[in-house]
Design a protein around this ligand. Structure first.
Ligand code: 5AD
Ligand code: SF4
Length: 451
């Protein structure tokens, strides 16, 4: 019997990966993914708790789903609603209490238990809440299929959780303590993906460069060692990793950017702020100068590296002078791309309790100034690529007939008129146009890497 599954994913790539694993996990139960909630037998909202009012948005989405559920019930059919991800972890009991339409709440460390939870509900055992950090390894319990993999670029979670406790962040509470998957398990998953046609792997982790998974020799391997191992897989052309913390940017990882050709010249390395006072209050464990020195060393190893980052403006106690230090740092470093946010209070985190909250208008004004600067830098970076010939991995068809969309080594989408047979392959493209977030160009001769 085929049943229809709709998963709505919020937030980071880790959630995108988790949603794909949930789809794989439910496939043997007859669940096939669909693109909208209408007609679904099971709807999963895979939530993110980083942004302001995240929980409120989920409650209003549940309200919309409740109406669909009632319409379906009127026809004698059932629609189960599950809430997963970080809002589920943080607000589990509250969701069960406040939203009777929800059948299941499952935290990010427990979603391998979904089949069992669904079976319990189908037996009429009532609604289920599963937000423990179970002792068994979720990754050991997940199916090894690649059925949900679409296209030649894939995510692979290698590390989860965080012990850093930045004072603004919920991740250490929702995702739990740092955990690294063993090397052999990751390599097996990577090989399966490559056999299924994957050419580019993005290794994911909240603190991916803190990776210290067990290797076959029983030792804790660094991320650089893991990357070296994966780079040896034939058919795999590109590797990336995200998100990193400046404190864990080890020497061997910097060297990997110089030595490993398959490691792409792109690094997402958030600094959050440029004022030492604010960095200390955030519990970041480094100063602005530490970060400057680190970037200089990484750029020495890989001069064309495209740098990305995250910034928070209006952290409690941030003064105009502190904010100017952030602008100065951004000006000095130069980002190819970056994310910036107004500080938002996350209940339970230390910074939320601070009496020195910055007024909303002030945060908005600072964000506008910072985003203008970052947008100028992004434009400058994209324009610096005009006239260059870059290897592009084609991922899918574009919106226009005869067009393919791929990624440059620096992670921007590139639009090119190209035969669909090039999908899944790398070809040289001459960059001719820079748009706000993407590039366009024409094929420049033969492929660099076949198959
Ligand atoms: N307020 C604003 N931004 C936040 N981030 C994390 N927590 C908060 C918060 N409470 C941002 C950080 C992090 C990114 C994923 O989200 O910049 O790096
Ligand atoms: Fe959150 Fe990243 Fe800080 Fe960990 S290092 S607490 S995930 S911002």
């Amino acid at each position: 019997m085929t049943r229809k599954l709709f998963i709505k994913t919020y937030g980071c790539q880790m959630n995108v990966y988790d949603s794909a694993r949930m789809a794989d996990l439910l496939a043997p139960m007859g669940y096939a993914p669909i693109d909208e909630p209408e007609g679904a037998d099971l709807v999963i909202l895979n939530t993110c708790h980083i942004r302001e009012k995240a929980a409120e948005k989920i409650y209003s989405e549940i309200g919309r789903l409740r109406r669909l559920k009632e319409e379906r019930a009127a026809t004698g059919a059932k629609m189960l609603i599950a809430i997963s991800g970080c809002v589920a972890q943080a607000e589990g009991e509250e969701i069960i209490r406040r939203a009777p339409a929800v059948d299941m709440v499952v935290g990010p460390q427990a979603y391998h238990r979904l089949p069992e939870m669904i079976a319990r509900i189908e037996r009429g055992a009532g609604r289920v809440l599963e937000t423990d950090f179970p002792p068994e390894d979720k990754f050991d319990r997940l199916p090894t299929g690649t059925s949900s993999q679409k296209g030649p670029a894939a995510f692979l979670t290698v590390q989860e959780g965080c012990d850093k406790f930045c004072t603004f962040c919920v991740v250490p509470y929702t995702r739990g303590a740092e955990f690294s998957r063993p090397v052999a398990q990751i390599e097996a998953e990577a090989r399966r993906l490559v056999e299924a046609g994957v050419r580019e792997l993005s290794l994911l982790g909240q603190n991916v460069n803190a990776y210290h998974g067990e290797g076959e020799d029983g030792e804790a391997w660094s991320l650089a060692r893991l990357i070296r191992r994966l780079a040896a897989i034939e058919g795999l052309e590109r590797l990336r990793y995200m998100t990193s913390h400046p404190r864990d940017m080890a020497d061997d990882l910097i060297a990997a950017h110089r030595d490993i050709e398959k490691l792409m010249p792109y690094l997402h390395l958030p600094v959050q702020a440029g004022s030492n006072r604010v960095l200390a209050a955030m519990n970041r464990g480094h100063t602005a100068d530490d970060y400057r020195r680190l970037i200089a060393r990484i750029r020495e190893a890989r001069p064309d590296l495209a740098l990305s980052g995250d910034f928070i403006v209006g952290f409690p106690g941030e003064t105009d002078k502190d904010f100017e230090a952030t602008l100065r740092l951004v000006e000095e470093i130069g980002y190819a791309q970056a994310y910036s946010f107004k500080y938002s209070r996350r209940p339970g985190t230390p910074a939320a309790a601070s009496a020195a909250q910055v007024p909303e208008e002030e945060k908005s004004a600072r964000l506008t100034v910072l985003q203008d600067l970052l947008a100028r830098q992004q434009r400058a970076f994209l324009e610096s690529l005009l006239g260059r010939t870059l290897p592009v991995l084609f991922e899918h068809a574009g919106r226009h007939e005869g067009q393919l969309v791929g990624r440059s080594p620096y992670l921007q989408p590139v639009h090119v008129s190209a035969p669909s047979a090039l999908c899944g392959r790398i070809a040289q493209v001459r960059i001719e146009r820079a748009d706000t977030n993407s590039l366009a160009g024409t094929l420049a001769g033969e492929r660099v890497a076949a198959e």
